[in-house]
Design a protein around this ligand. Structure first.
Ligand SMILES: Cc1cc2nc3c(=O)[nH]c(=O)nc-3n(C[C@H](O)[C@H](O)[C@H](O)COP(=O)(O)O)c2cc1C
Length: 198
């Protein structure tokens, strides 16, 4: 089994979303010995923000692309190839300013390609990335799974919707939440890891 780990925390080794991801990956490796893990850190090796050059390259047939357009499309081809090769995705999702980091959004922007990862049909868009299992390892200072802040979770519903639109609808959410709340801080990570059965 091939596992793709996406790291998007800007907090390096201290990152809760990365440590939660690792806890999930450890369980996956124990359940599926011999699996391989490919790591893509989009915080240290970010995908560029989408620019006109990227979009023009996407909509130019491969055989007609200039050298610059081939370079522009390389990021997207790379993101798509890594996802297509994976059986399982473990995506680290730090909560920054009520949503996902812009580095993770850039990865999604390069992953979302009409005709490759989704297509338009008479009844709406259809996802073309099939057969993947996705774990979202969400870390947040506050608590968003329940209580008054639930409606301010602009990360998890967005990711469920977007990944689903690409065909990845088998999504499990694990949370290390309450990182900034003294009573919850010490146990948040372990509770997140324990919540996942693989
Ligand atoms: C720039 C920044 C913005 C943050 N914004 C929020 C927020 O809006 N809501 C929240 O609950 N926690 C927020 N936090 C706390 C983080 O969610 C918490 O530090 C979490 O551990 C981030 O994941 P990471 O450790 O993988 O980086 C923020 C932290 C930083 C550094």
């Amino acid at each position: 089994m091939q596992i793709l780990q996406i790291i998007s925390s800007a907090q390096g080794a201290q990152s809760f979303s990365t440590r939660l991801s690792q806890g999930i990956i450890d369980k996956l490796l124990a359940a599926h010995p011999g699996s391989t893990v490919v790591v893509r850190n989009v915080a240290t090796h970010p995908f560029p923000h989408l620019e006109e050059a990227h979009l023009q390259a996407y909509f130019t047939p491969a055989e007609g692309r200039s050298a610059e357009q081939q370079e522009a499309v390389r990021h997207s081809d790379e993101a798509i190839a890594q996802v297509m090769a994976a059986d399982v995705l473990v995506i680290g999702v730090p909560f920054y300013n009520f949503t996902i980091p812009s580095s993770l959004k850039s990865w999604i922007d390069h992953l979302t390609r009409a005709g490759i990862t989704f297509r338009y049909t008479a009844t709406g868009p259809e996802g073309l990335v099939k057969g993947k299992k996705v774990y979202l390892a969400v870390a947040s200072g506050g608590v968003y799974s329940e209580g008054p802040m639930q409606t301010a979770d602009f990360a998890t519903p967005y990711l469920r919707w977007t990944l689903g639109a690409l065909g990845m609808s088998d999504v499990t959410v694990a949370r290390a939440e309450g990182i900034k709340i003294p009573d919850l801080q010490a146990t948040a990570l372990q509770r997140g890891i324990d919540s996942v059965a693989v």
